[in-house]
Design a protein around this ligand. Sequence first.
Ligand code: URA
Length: 210
Amino acid sequence: MRVHVADHPLITHKLTVLRDENTPSPTFRALTEELVTLLAYEATRDVRVEEVTIQTPVTQTTGVAISEPRPLVVPILRAGLGMLEGMVKLMPSAEVGFLGMVRNEETLEPSVYAERLPDDLSNRQCFVLDPMLATGGSLLSAIEYLFARGAQDVTCVCILAAPEGLAAIEKAVEGRDVTIVLGALDEKLNEHGYIVPGLGDAGDRLYGTV
Ligand code: URA
């Protein structure tokens, strides 16, 4: 598994505002989108392309185009939805599938409650969006779900991660092609499964408590 932690002052600046409990939902949503676009640049570094020939106004030349089958972007509902626009802004030709995962707040175990994905993911590069890699349970379920459908490789874009969750995923996906791109790697998980220092409940901060 490859892990890439962003190292850029603009990302750290935006993250700091995101963490601030006084940042209201509209600002939180806008910043999440901006941050994901910056992280998407790194996450798509190995996106598959093929050579194409084009005609400029001056001459014929070669360039590249994103290969078929198109990459699949999979936001994990609900909080991953807040990352979708930022991702497809950078890669508008991607297809989008949805995976709804819910975490039991007592056992912290994830389960799938909704799914809208192509049946066959053979040769697909998949990009999973989930802002908070906490215990890693729901992200791991999503990764396994995609590989079970035939995904070629899975890149996860997360805003924050806890070392415990990252280690759990690393152990579970050993030998498979998984990349995790993070805005920051935080200190730890607390006894309620929250990332510390973190930013609180990402879904609530994006959409309010429902
Ligand atoms: N999910 C969140 O939204 N925040 C955390 O800190 C952990 C899981």
